[in-house]
Design a protein around this ligand. Structure first.
Ligand code: HEC
Ligand code: HEC
Length: 291
């Protein structure tokens, strides 16, 4: 009979914990793809924020793919013509660096290859084979209510069903609708177009590919209707921002200037009126009238 002392028990628990995380790390290519790539790419399902990766290995070597996936910007800066062409074809939306090992990248590539050969069947057949992919509802037809729900979710006035953080915590929007938000992450005023519209944003919110955001929504996924509301809100804000102001000026600078102009105007008016209608004259007129 072996009885473990308390410190030994703790050690065993910690050891089990580490072993289990190591096995978790050795996730297969499909899992890595779902977690890190599916927000922006499909294999045979059409383009999203980035290109459809079907048949990618027939176009690019494995070594190239590893370099690209680790840091596309480094590869572009090195002057690689294929990298530059890919970047320019996608409106210079940079693909974020993926914190994956060579082994993990090879697993993803294997997964993309397997899925590609399955996808290379006549189009009519693919539709049935590929996992049911519901068409994404266009946010252009969102109701005012849905847009407002999106605004409340963004601001944190409406809690997310699964308890995820409010966007305003980390992101700013240049709009009169809400107060300025966090500066931890990018400003989202024009993200709707930048990140591929409904398909791109829905993908990103389903499985956020950015580490800080992944953490914030891990085990707290947004529901389909919450995502739709937020995407509709961001679509609306972008449309309003392009009609409101042609140039994206710093809001503080803008309001500061407007405030200053109003102040000068008031001072000027007061001063102007005083000059024109001297107090004495008014009193005099009133007294004249009252007779
Ligand atoms: C936030 C969105 C995003 C994520 C996440 C993302 N990509 Fe990309 N990817 C892009 C964009 C956008 C491009 C197009 C090139 C560009 O604009 O830099 C691209 C391009 C590529 C290309 C090059 C295509 C070509 O024409 O040569 C490959 C390969 C690729 N991605 C693989 C992956 C893999 C594998 C993952 C996951 C480990 C991944 N990407 C994650 C956005 C993303
Ligand atoms: C804990 C902080 C945090 C929260 C909360 C958060 N994000 Fe993010 N988000 C990030 C970070 C970090 C990035 C990575 C890129 C960057 O720095 O902007 C990002 C990137 C994005 C991008 C891509 C931006 C781009 O142009 O590359 C979108 C879209 C986005 N977030 C939407 C949202 C929405 C919508 C919510 C609320 C439902 C939200 N985020 C909540 C931290 C957060």
């Amino acid at each position: 009979m072996v009885t473990l002392s308390q410190p030994l028990k703790t050690t065993v628990v910690i050891a089990i914990f580490f072993i289990s995380t190591i096995t978790l790390q050795a996730q297969n290519g499909e899992q890595i793809f779902k977690n890190s790539c599916a927000a922006c790419h499909t294999v045979g399902g059409g383009k999203r924020v980035g290109p459809d990766l079907v048949g990618m290995s027939t176009k690019r070597s494995e070594a190239w793919l590893i370099k690209w996936i680790k840091s596309s910007q480094t590869l572009i800066e090195s002057g690689d013509p294929d990298a530059i062409a890919a970047f320019e074809a996608y409106n210079k939306v940079p693909m974020p660096d993926q914190n994956l090992s060579d082994v993990e990248i090879k697993e993803v590539i294997d997964y993309i290859n397997t899925k590609s050969s399955a996808a290379e069947v006549p189009v009519a057949a693919t539709a049935a084979i590929s996992e049911p992919q519901e068409p994404i509802k266009s946010s252009d037809i969102a109701s005012e209510e849905e847009i407002l729900l999106g605004q409340h979710i963004f601001e944190g006035n409406k809690r997310l069903a699964n308890g995820g953080a409010a966007c305003i915590f980390c992101h700013n929007l240049n709009t009169d609708r809400i107060i300025p938000g966090g500066l931890l992450a990018k400003d989202l005023t024009t993200v709707y177009t930048r990140m591929g519209g409904d398909a791109g944003l829905t993908g990103i919110l389903n499985a956020p590919p950015f580490p800080a955001m992944t953490e914030a929504y891990k085990n707290k996924p947004m529901t389909e209707s919450e995502i739709y509301a937020v995407v509709s809100f961001l679509n609306k804000v972008e449309k309003e921002s392009t009609t409101q102001t042609a140039t994206a000026t710093n809001p503080l600078l803008k309001y500061g200037f407007i405030g200053f102009a109003m102040w000068v105007g008031i001072v000027f008016l007061v001063w102007f009126r005083r000059k024109k209608y001297a107090v004495n004259k008014r009193i005099f007129e009133r007294q004249v009238k009252s007779y």
